[in-house]
Structures are given as structure tokens and as C-alpha cells.
Design a binder for this molecule. Structure first.
Ligand SMILES: *Cc1c(COP(=O)(O)O)cnc(C)c1O
Length: 342
């Protein structure tokens, strides 16, 4: 079944679709379930990730509006900003990234790639309200310079970014059909600005799946994240009547990983990342997917029945370049292992 739509278009230039769907049998054994992964880290745009799906629609909209410049915001190691820089380069737009933080620390990982891809990087405060004002100021300045900027929200999470993940479910359903497989019982994603989880929930409902979408929060406590995901659901429902009427009150969000500060890389997260790398030859990132996978492991330990015997799909949302901004932490572990062996 295809989702009826009066739908927005994507550029058709940014991502390679469908992204791979692959089994993770050894990690599935650890969780006691049949585990699959949807590899949006392999989507094909400058180290990939879930923001490429969103940007494919957001950038098409920007082009349609006649924009010649993308302007967006995020953390210093934002994957969203790095993919925005790549998207701008790919379609020939200018790009300014307003990063929230104390200015340049070490130029590595995503931040380094922003410069490599020609984005202009500016710094602002981490306070969300002040950052919103700063974003408008930069947009005004770009206009005064004769540009037509398109402001893309944090994480690309508006109705278009959400729509991208409704369509991702349709893409998944076609892959499952080809395999003769039924929908997963549970889809797990790292959740932060809300659009990814919102789109997955709406997409699953639109196709009549019973699938539950588990969002593992990487920064916010459950309630504020729930509010963000709900906002994304509602704005997508307003924009696309075909999505209206589906229940939005069954959001499943776990915030068991948020006692640690956003982007802090704890020893258990590092160990979990290494476990996945060794069991499956897959690299997670410290901020999002590593946290989501460790959260999944902990939930399974607390309540083995949660995943037992189920078909579970882990959405690999990317983040790979952030690994290199944690190389010191990773290297110190490598040293430890070497010493242990010696
Ligand atoms: C942004 C991001 C997420 C979270 O997606 P949202 O739509 O912002 O909730 C998850 N994983 C990675 C790697 C990301 O960059």
C-alpha cells in the first residue's frame, strides 16, 4: 500500500534510496530478539545520516521558494549542520551554520567537514531563545547582502522533515514486501528534535502497522521530548491531511540515558559502541546511536520480555563523523586494551 499524498517532492539529488536493510543476528542474540537495522548512515551524502532524508524535502522546498542560501543551526558537532553543508554544496547553494557553543574548540569531526564543504560557520549561545534571535539576525544580514536565505529549523524537524520519515516507512515497507517479511514489532530510534520519531509513528499508522516506535531520548527528559514529537506530528497532520486522524497519544519515549549531559561519552556508552563494532562490523556514534543502543540493552536487561521473541528494527540514524571528535576517549581505551594484553 502506498501513502496517498498531495505530497512534497524531494530533490532526488541528496540521498540514495532505499537505504540498506540488514540483519544483526549476533546483537539480536544478546537482546533475545530478531534484530534488523535500517542503515541511514549509508544514505550516501558526505557520511550520511537521518538528516539527509529530511534535507531532501527541505532543500527542494528552499529551491522552490527561490532561495540561494541555506541557514541552519545546531551544536558544534551537529550532524544536521554537516549534512546541510553537504546538501548546499551538492545543489549549488550557499550555506551558513550558526553553531551553539563557546566558539571553536578542536576542528575535527563534523565541524571540520563543514569547513571542508565550504559552509560559513558562525558562533552563538547555546540558549535556544537567544539562538532563535541570532538566527533571524543572520537571515536579515544575508538578505541585506542580496541573498535569499531559507532558514532550516534545528534538526530539520518541521512538517517537511517529519514527512521525510513518513516516506521512510513506505520505503521500508517496500523492502519488507520484497523479502516477504511482515512489519517489525518495534522500531527503535535515537530521538532529539522529534521529527524522526514523529514521521516513523505517522508512517506506521498510515500503513496500518501495529509497530510500536521507541524513541530513546539522547538529551531531554521524556515530557519535553514528547512535546517536541507531538508538535512535529501535529504540524505534519495539518500540512498533509492524508495523515490526519491517526492517534498521536501513544508515544513511547524512554529517557533512561539522559542523566548524562548531551554528547557526554560515558564508559558504558563507549563499551556498547565497541560491542556493536566487534559483533557486527558497524560503527555507531557516541552522541545518538551509541546512546540509543546502550539504552536498548539496558531496557532489555530491566525487562527481558520487552524484546524477547520480537522482530525489532534499529534505525541507524548516522552520526559517524562525530566519532573522530571523541578520538581521545577512544584512544585511551585502545591504550587500556593494549596494556591489558601486555
Ligand atoms: C539528529 C539525529 C538524531 C535525532 O533525530 P531527530 O529527528 O532530531 O529526533 C538521531 N541520530 C543522529 C545521528 C542524528 O544526527
Amino acid at each position: 500500500m502506498r501513502i496517498e499524498d498531495n505530497a512534497p517532492k524531494r530533490t532526488g539529488l541528496l540521498g540514495h534510496y532505499p537505504t540498506p536493510l540488514e540483519p544483526w543476528p549476533r546483537l539480536g542474540e544478546l537482546l533475545g530478539c530478531e534484530l534488523w537495522a535500517k542503515r541511514d548512515d549509508l544514505i550516501g551524502l558526505a557520511f550520511g545520516g537521518n538528516k539527509t532524508r529530511k534535507l531532501d524535502y527541505l532543500v527542494q522546498d528552499a529551491l522552490h521558494q527561490g532561495a540561494d542560501w541555506l541557514l541552519t543551526t545546531g551544536a558544534p558537532q551537529s550532524n544536521h549542520c554537516r549534512q546541510s553543508a553537504a546538501a548546499a554544496a551538492k545543489v549549488g547553494l550557499g550555506c551558513t551554520l550558526l553553531l551553539g557553543g563557546p566558539g571553536i574548540r578542536s576542528v575535527t569531526g563534523n565541524l571540520l567537514l563543514n569547513y571542508v564543504m565550504g559552509a560559513e560557520v558562525e558562533w552563538t549561545t547555546t540558549d535556544m531563545h537567544e539562538r532563535q534571535d541570532a538566527l533571524q539576525n543572520v537571515a536579515d544580514r544575508l538578505r541585506a547582502q542580496g541573498h535569499t536565505p531559507c532558514v532550516i529549523p534545528l534538526g530539520g524537524s518541521n512538517h517537511l522533515g517529519t514527512w521525510a520519515f513518513v516516506k521512510a516507512i513506505e520505503e521500508l515497507s517496500e523492502q519488507l514486501d520484497a523479502l516477504g517479511s511482515s512489519p517489525p514489532d518495534i522500531i527503535i530510534t535515537a530521538s532529539s528534535s522529534g521529527g524522526t520519531q514523529a514521521g516513523l509513528v505517522l508512517g506506521a499508522r498510515a500503513l496500518g502497522w501495529d509497530t510500536r516506535v521507541l524513541g530513546i531520548s539522547v538529551d531531554l527528559p521524556r515530557e519535553p521530548l514528547e512535546a517536541l514529537v507531538s508538535q512535529c506530528i501535529q504540524s505534519a497532520q495539518r500540512a498533509y491531511p492524508t495523515l490526519a486522524g491517526h492517534p498521536s497519544n501513544d508515544l513511547w519515549i524512554e529517557d533512561l540515558m539522559t542523566e548524562e549531559e548531551y554528547a557526554a561519552f560515558t564508559d558504558p556508552e563507549l563499551e556498547s559502541l565497541v560491542e556493536v563494532a566487534r559483533a557486527q562490523g558497524v560503527l555507531l556514534d557516541p552522541v545518538y546511536t551509541g546512546r540509543a543502543f546502550l539504552g536498548t540493552r539496558r531496557l532489555a536487561q530491566q525487562n527481558p520480555a520487552l524484546f524477547a521473541g520480537k522482530r525489532v528494527l534499529f534505525w541507524h540514524t548516522g552520526g559517524t563523523p562525530a566519532l573522530f571528535s571523541y578520538s581521545r576517549g577512544l584512544a585511551s581505551y585502545a591504550d587500556t586494551w593494549t596494556e591489558e594484553k601486555a
